[in-house]
Ligand binder design. Structure first.
Ligand code: NBP
Length: 478
């Protein structure tokens, strides 16, 4: 075979990824279960580069140079297993199967193990950036063996997005499921970012009394500063858009029930398993599900709320500045929590993930791309064993400078009855981390009272239990 890479699964993602490889000078073998899609791709885009259209799995495998590199871009779950089972028997030792779908990292770990036993490298790759990213340069998060990255890395570096400093947004994340794990947390952070932006919008609309057009303007001005990011940019676009049919702001004619595909939920489920507090991401997932409970919301519409008037013009402008502070501070917390989860996953599974390089490859191509990520990269590069992003001197200073306004915004939201679970959870996380003493001591006392679960003391080593039902003397249990 002559093709340096093959792509099977030619829906929007696979098709654009194949074109991206071809446009970068690689010979690309293309294949799809329904062969008409393969022919359509070559008919439509054949002049963009060199494609080898394969009708059958055998033809596809034969078209690839050795060691073969074949990318699977099919629906995640059972279809991925089906496609692996179709191709694996046709491959030889040292060949590389790359799964670019949104697989659960546990599936990736299983597939990697099974294929390794058959002498085949399996690389689970997180790809972010949607269809546009796939075509023009996504952020790419490959897992799998270091050996497979040697063969695959140079190709991925060519098609990846380029950060402002020119660095390709791809790096070997770590063995087996590390890439898909990091992609999962990326999506969790994306949920949190979107929720925080939604809360900022809600406050500007309901408390400051701004129109969607004025809020679009506000986001545009924020986007020239430290909040500079793709999500803020598209938020302004969506808010400025007018519905053609009604002439109303687009945001007012869309049903207010958010949907989800599941990667945010996975992030929270895994965080619970790892014992990592990702409260901002969890609130974002719950906020989407709450919005979807139409009957519950309908039944609750008559519950009383506060009577509070929107702010006057001068106060509104001041409030908008405070919301920017609250949004930025809460965003720092979301990333702190997300990176904590990556660190915990890395320890649990022995992945040895470099957090600075994760921040670096999220600087372009992916949905959460933002100027801010270069600063996170810098923080981890300076101090790779940083216990938390909030331990970084610069971030600590910034969040400290924002805290008064942040509190004022959360207080205003409570007074005016505007739900801001993201801002509130982030602030609670910040205050809990800061606290000299937490009421967890009382929780331990309760647990010891009803379940003899024991506690540790601040002044002595060991485990202790108080005889609550007896004379309340203390016994050592260790
Ligand atoms: P879809 O997720 O809609 O999958 C459609 C493709 O899967 C078609 O090529 C289809 O072939 C193939 N397929 C299915 Br379904 N079952 C199959 C089977 N049993 N055997 C062989 N092929 C099968 O495509 P997509 O939206 O391009 O996404 C591809 C992957 O990329 C997914 O895992 C997705 O989660 C992930 N992803 C998507 C985005 C995005 O923005 N859309 C972003 C990042 C990652 P057919 O043509 O014969 O039906």
């Amino acid at each position: 075979g002559t093709a340096q890479i093959g792509v099977t699964g030619l829906a929007v993602m696979g098709r654009n990824l194949a074109r991206n490889f071809a446009r970068n000078g690689f010979t690309v073998a293309v294949h799809n279960r329904t062969a008409s899609k393969t022919r359509a791709l070559v008919d439509e885009f054949g002049d963009e580069g060199t494609f080898v259209a394969a009708e059958s799995a055998a033809e596809f495998v034969a078209a690839l140079e050795r060691p073969r590199r074949l990318v699977i871009m099919v629906k995640a779950g059972e279809p991925t297993d089906a496609v692996i089972e179709e191709f694996a028997p046709l491959l030889e030792e040292g060949d590389v199967i790359i799964d670019g779908g949104n697989a659960h990292f546990a599936d990736t770990r299983r597939r990697e193990r099974e294929l390794r036993e058959r002498g085949i490298h399996f690389v689970g790759v997180g790809i972010s950036g949607g269809e546009e990213g796939a075509l023009h340069g996504p952020s790419i998060m490959p897992g799998g063996s270091a050996e497979s990255y040697e063969s695959l890395g140079p190709l991925l570096e060519r098609i990846a997005a380029k950060a402002p400093d020119g660095a390709p947004c791809v790096a070997h994340i770590g063995p087996d499921g590390a890439g898909h794990f990091v992609k999962m947390v990326h999506n969790g952070i994306e949920y949190a970012d979107m929720q925080l932006i939604a809360e900022a919008y809600h406050l500007l609309r309901s408390v400051a009394g701004y129109s969607p057009a004025k809020i679009a303007e506000t986001f545009r001005s924020w986007n020239t500063g430290r909040l500079d990011s793709y999500l803020i940019e598209i938020t302004a676009e969506v808010l400025a858009h007018t519905d053609e049919a009604t002439g109303k702001p687009f945001v007012d004619i869309v049903t207010d029930q958010a949907e989800q595909k599941g990667t945010g939920r996975w992030t929270v489920q895994i965080a619970l398993d790892l014992g990592v507090p990702v409260s901002g991401i969890a609130e974002a997932v719950f906020a989407r599900s709450l919005s979807g409970h139409a009957a519950l919301r309908e039944a609750s519409r008559t519950l009383p709320g506060p009577t509070a008037a929107p702010l006057g013009e001068a106060d509104a402008a001041r409030f908008a500045d405070q919301v920017e502070q609250a949004l930025y501070a809460s965003k720092i917390v979301s990333y702190t929590q997300g990176f904590h989860q990556i660190q915990a996953g890395s320890e649990e599974y022995g992945w040895n993930i470099d957090l600075g390089s994760v921040a670096a490859i999220w600087r372009a191509g992916c949905i959460i791309r933002a100027a801010f990520l270069d600063r996170i990269r810098g923080a981890f590069d300076t101090q790779p064993d940083l216990p938390s992003l909030l331990s970084d001197k610069q971030f600590a200073e910034e969040i400290g400078a924002a805290q008064d306004d942040w509190r004022a915004v959360v207080a205003a939201a409570v007074h005016q009855g505007v739900p801001t679970p993201g801002f509130g959870a982030a602030l609670a996380y910040y205050d809990a981390l800061r606290a000299e003493r937490l009421p967890a001591a009382l929780t331990q006392g309760q647990r010891d009272f009803f379940g003899a679960h024991t506690y540790r003391r601040t002044d002595r080593e060991g485990s202790f239990h108080t005889l609550w039902g007896g004379d309340r003397s203390e016994v050592s249990t260790s």
